[in-house]
Ligand binder design. Structure first.
Ligand SMILES: Cc1cc2nc3c(=O)[nH]c(=O)nc-3n(C[C@H](O)[C@H](O)[C@H](O)COP(=O)(O)OP(=O)(O)OC[C@H]3O[C@@H](n4cnc5c(N)ncnc54)[C@H](O)[C@@H]3O)c2cc1C
Length: 346
């Protein structure tokens, strides 16, 4: 296929993954990002194949996990950076019922890749923090979002154009795929929760789900695993941890609040009695959908204009493969997953 000119709007995780796959196909990329990221940089970047509440697997996790692991490892080598950190997640089991879910999953072939059998340490019970023992998850990691985003931005700049600017929708002609005085073969919009401002896609139900997250200093929490109960506590080095995250639906504001901080501090009480020091407090807005599926595909009227959005709370797990699937769909005509299309909303 001849080299295509691709315009990407939004340089969060979604836009970055799309840009990298386009570059890998030999296309010419122009990425425009206004420099106010609302989700990808704030994120803890954790990759967890399970949903703890009912101990189910995340959607399509058997596809997403191997692809994501390979994607991040390969990018680490290409950019000479380290941002992919495998780490055990230890869930402090909250109830007898949840313990039962864990026991059932351990016997289920479909979960063998994701749950460790209980060992002596997992079975250890303590009335305050581990009333029903703990369970460990396999194939878990976190992506250091700041390092990852900075490294990818440099990679995109080497192979294409990365423009820090606010995209002006009034200057875009969807019929001819032109922006200002330049015409593209394809445009892909990846604005996260701000896609409501895009007149082409504003009718799509991308919801804004605010999340707050703390960085704390602790002298007692474990540094070799991420504890989880009511909140996650992710060690990121030098006795520093990220604690998150809150969920507030339909809120577009991305400012940290005292209320959010108090929720996190009190959730942390389920993991430690230490009075920890809060070093930093941030907030972001996840782009979510009611059916928890991403939104991907061509505009229903303009076939060369696409959207890639709705990565929700699991962008770092799903983004790399979904972006590849969209790029393969656009340039090689491969079918998209039936659950992600825009048609489901109309
Ligand atoms: C507190 C918190 C914790 C999280 N933790 C995790 C986690 O542990 N694991 C996980 O997988 N996910 C996590 N997430 C979710 C994850 O961050 C998202 O799934 C993902 O980052 C969404 O990426 P995105 O690119 O779609 O959106 P965004 O990151 O919001 O990026 C959108 C980009 O579009 C740009 N933009 C918008 N409009 C315009 C315009 N008009 N012109 C130019 N640029 C524009 C913005 O500048 C922005 O950079 C978390 C999110 C939050 C808020």
């Amino acid at each position: 296929m001849k080299k295509q000119e691709v315009l990407i709007v939004g340089g969060g995780l979604a836009g970055i993954c799309i840009a990298i796959h386009c570059i890998d196909k030999g296309h010419s990329v122009t990425l425009i990002d206004k420099g106010h990221n609302r989700s990808s940089v704030v994120a803890a970047g954790m990759i967890n194949p399970l949903v703890f509440r009912r101990m189910t697997k995340s959607w399509r996790v058997d596809n997403f996990i191997p692809f994501a692991e390979n994607f991040y490892h390969t990018l680490e080598q290409r950019t000479a950076n380290t941002f992919f950190h495998p780490i055990t997640i230890r869930r402090c089991i909250a109830s007898e019922q949840e313990r039962g879910f864990w026991e059932d999953r351990m016997k289920d072939d479909a979960f063998q890749a994701y749950v460790h059998p209980f060992d002596e340490e997992d079975n250890r019970v303590d009335s305050a923090f581990r009333p029903h023992g703990t369970g460990r998850v396999k194939h878990t990691a976190y992506v250091d979002a700041e390092v990852f985003m900075t490294a990818c931005k440099a990679l995109i700049t080497q192979h294409g154009e990365y423009i820090k600017a606010t995209f002006d929708y009034g200057n875009f002609d969807a019929e001819t795929v032109s922006y200002g005085n330049k015409t593209y073969d394809t445009a892909i919009f990846c604005e996260g929760s701000e896609s409501v401002n895009n007149p082409l896609f504003s009718k799509l139900p991308v919801e804004a789900t605010k999340g707050e997250i703390l960085t704390i200093k602790s002298h007692t929490l474990p540094e070799n695993e991420s504890l989880n109960r009511k909140c996650f506590c992710l060690p990121v080095g030098e006795k520093t941890f990220r604690v998150g995250a809150t969920y507030v639906w339909n809120t577009n504001n991305d400012l940290p609040t005292e209320e959010g901080k108090q929720v996190l501090v009190s959730n942390l009480r389920f993991l430690t009695e230490e009075k920890v020091e809060v070093l930093e407090h941030r907030a972001g807005v996840r782009p979510t959908t009611l059916d928890r599926r991403p939104i991907m595909g061509a505009h229903l009227e303009f076939p060369n204009v696409y959207i890639f959005n709705g990565l929700g709370a699991k962008g770092y797990l799903m983004g790399p493969l979904l972006a590849k699937e969209l790029v393969d769909h656009i340039f090689d005509g491969k079918a998209l997953d039936r659950e992600v299309g825009l048609g489901r909303f109309f």
